[in-house]
Design a protein around this ligand. Sequence first.
Ligand code: ADP
Length: 604
Amino acid sequence: MNSTSTLPRRPRWRSLALLALILAPLLWPLEHLAERYYRNELLSQNRQTLDLYVANLLGTLHRYEVMPQILGDLPALRAALANPQDKQAQDAANRLLTTIAQQTGAEVMYLMAPNGDTLAASNWDKRDSFVGRNFAFRPYFSEAMEGRLGRFFGLGTTSAKRGYFFGAAVRDGNDVLGALVVKVDLDNTETLWGKTPEQLLVTDHNGVVILTSNPGWRFRATRPMSEEEKQAIVANQPYPTRDPRPLLLNEPDWLTQTQQISETGWSVNILAPRMLVARPVRTVVAVGGATLLVLMLLLGIMMQRRRHYLDRIAFEAKARRELEIRVIERTSDLEGANGRLRQEVLEREHAQQELFRAQDELVQASKLSALGTMSASISHELNQPLAAIRSYAENAEVLLDHERTEDARGNLKLISELTGRMASIIAHLRAFARRDRHAPESVALQPALDDALALLAKRRRAMEVELIRDLPAATLWVQAGETRLRQVLGNLLANALDALTEKGPPRKLWISAEHTDGGVNLYIRDNGPGFSREALERAREPFFTTKTRTQGLGLGLAICDTLMRALGGELLFANHPEGGALLTLRMRVGASGVNLQPPEDLSA
Ligand code: ADP
């Protein structure tokens, strides 16, 4: 396909030119046909002209043919013949002939004596009068005298006009008295022809041109003459010359049509120049050639168009094939990619199974570690009340030593309460671990805060931490759990004290609370170092701690956050603009009044 589209265009045109060359001979029959047609046209047209002309010529001749015989019977003419010396009779004959010639249109009429002398003539009164002249040498005279109708073409010897002579004998019984001659003017018939490309050519029995539309041809011989003919010409003098020069016509230039007039021995010819045929034929051939050329051109254009069309189809087919190939390639690429993808999916699935297995192992491991963490957490949460119990117990010992039994009893009561709290904490840890949920209850905030502060009172005093309380006088009721709230508050306050240990005096601790839209906010602020950047992000995570000195477990804030959320509240921590940490406890407002529900028992 490629090879055809890159073929040079030229050969196509060359083959077209070749085709034109092959078809060109078709012009020859065309020319032939056209020539035949135009020639026939011309011939038929000229045939009519010829017929018309001959008829006219014959008509003219016939009109005068019978005249000499009829006139010969006229008494006046007979009288003139009978008395050649009688001037009166001759004069009468002259006048009669003039009148008749005028009436019939004959050129001349004249009466001849048997010796050939003209006795009377219609032109008796003209300068070139025939009267007294002898025309015995003219054949019409001898023929008439022999009793026949005399005929003769000839140039008038005096008038120099061409004419046709009819002569007839004038008889008296068997005697011939003389002859009467009528001359018809033929110059006229020539001038009738007019100026056409076709030429008229009338030759007499000698083949000499007597009438023609071309004055140059007049009295030329169209054929060589015999000696007899030449002698007759010399004798009869029908022409202005005794030896007519030959007519030189280039035959092929002319289309000749001929009609014979037997009675005069003439042949009437129409010579039509071949140019009259050649010109329209040339036009036809030119038109034919042009048509052929146009056809060739159209054919060429059609072939070119077809070629373009084929090229386009080939191009499109090629493009389609290329596209198909590309599609096949792409499909195979895609299949390959698909296979790779499937392989990858398989590998992923495999990896995922590996991961699950690893996760299982990790869970197993973390369960073990969680166990350790749990015990650490428990000890952390219990250490504070334990420390308090120890100090109460030691104090009670001292009080008993001093027999302050009542005070010692008070300490013991406190110890008993603390153990109850410890049991509660343990239960809580368990609840935390199990994600147990207890319905929140309405708890008074201030007493819970007092309890938490009391637990840390000794340490706070030892650290000389100034406590700045800004709490409303009216009890703030919040939705919480009694123990869980104390646990949270204790944790937050212990953290604040931990932070303050890292800083020299003055150490301050602010505690404030306010009502918000449908809630209560409690703020615990210290002027310690505040949360580190990392602690701010991660303090909620279990086991995150920055404390090394006090052996922090990193569970305090995690537990607080979990408890607060379980209670429908929120724990927020941030740093105060003036330094130190600011922790915010957001809680829902609880129903105010007496706590109707029994304090939550988490021992179970
Ligand atoms: P622990 O007290 O065992 O470290 P927490 O969960 O209670 O665990 O606290 C996590 C961390 O939060 C602490 O290690 C400390 O860095 C930071 N933090 C908590 N409270 C304060 C505070 N009041 N001031 C500064 N940092 C604090």
